[in-house]
Write a protein that binds this ligand. Sequence first.
Ligand SMILES: [Zn+2]
Length: 170
Amino acid sequence: MPITPFHFCPGVLLKAAATDRMSWTVFVLANCLIDMEPVTLFLVSGEPAHPWLHTLPGAVLVAAVAATPGRPFCELWLRWWNRNLSGAQARWLGCGTVIGKKAAWVGALLGTGTHLALDMFMHADVRPAWPFFADNPFAGKIPVETLQWGALAALLPALVIFLLRQRRAQ
Ligand SMILES: [Zn+2]
């Protein structure tokens, strides 16, 4: 799933549960960064392969980039987002613009972790447990449609949690 919104859906539920303990913005950034690998390889060689970043050490490396140099860019993005909301929109969609270091790391690691967890079922060349195991026994075990519906289904409980929290806050 190269940079599809499906990857962001589990993060919405995790954010709803974790609130300030996790940055969803960094989660999204980590998902986009890790898929620069197949996008770049597709542009260079015509093959959207997943040889290095879609591994355990690769995912940790991408998470480190998203959580450290990526964090101030995410804060910039959040400030821009808030500036472009109307007063009414801001009541529902406004958000804090400071991302703590810990929340950034939690978002980044969950971002690349859930990314690997979804991609390992979709792509035979993803090696989620390399260097401990070179193979990917998960490829093709869950149909793509089931994965996509599962990812979308995560939005429903997230919406319920969000609405309950908003109602309690008002
Ligand atoms: Zn991917």
